[in-house]
Design a protein around this ligand. Structure first.
Ligand code: SF4
Ligand code: SF4
Length: 96
C-alpha cells in the first residue's frame, strides 16, 4: 500500500528544519575569489521574512538585531537569495 502524504507531515514545530543548509559560520573554506556578483541587502526594504536565510544553500545569511546580513567570506554569489526576496531587498551587484 502507498503511504499517504500526511505520513510525512511533521507532527510538531521541532520537526521542521531551521534552514536548508548549515547555520552561518559552519563553513571553513573561504571563498576563493571566483565570485563575480554579490548580493547586497537594502535593509530599508527588508520585511524580515527570513526567506533568504531559509533558501541560501550555503547558510551564510544571518540576522543581526533587526537587520539581515551576509557573510561574504563564504557567499558564492549564486543569487538565490535575491530571487526569493519578494520585496526586492536583495540586489546582485558586480564585485569590485
Ligand atoms: S528575503 Fe528579503 S525581505 Fe525577507 S528577510 Fe531576506 S532580505 Fe528581508
Ligand atoms: S548569493 Fe547564494 S550563497 Fe550568497 S547569500 Fe545569496 S543565496 Fe547565499
Amino acid at each position: 500500500m502507498k503511504p499517504f502524504l500526511r505520513d510525512f507531515i511533521p507532527t510538531s514545530y521541532e520537526d521542521i528544519p531551521d534552514a536548508t543548509a548549515f547555520e552561518a559560520g559552519y563553513l571553513v573554506t573561504k571563498n576563493a575569489g571566483w565570485r563575480n556578483i554579490r548580493p547586497v541587502i537594502d535593509n530599508t526594504k527588508c520585511v524580515g521574512c527570513l526567506n533568504c536565510y531559509l533558501y541560501c544553500p550555503d547558510g551564510v545569511i544571518f540576522r543581526e538585531g533587526s537587520k539581515i546580513n551576509i557573510d561574504y567570506d563564504f557567499c558564492k554569489g549564486c543569487g538565490i537569495c535575491s530571487k526569493i526576496c519578494k520585496p526586492g531587498a536583495i540586489k546582485m551587484e558586480a564585485e569590485k
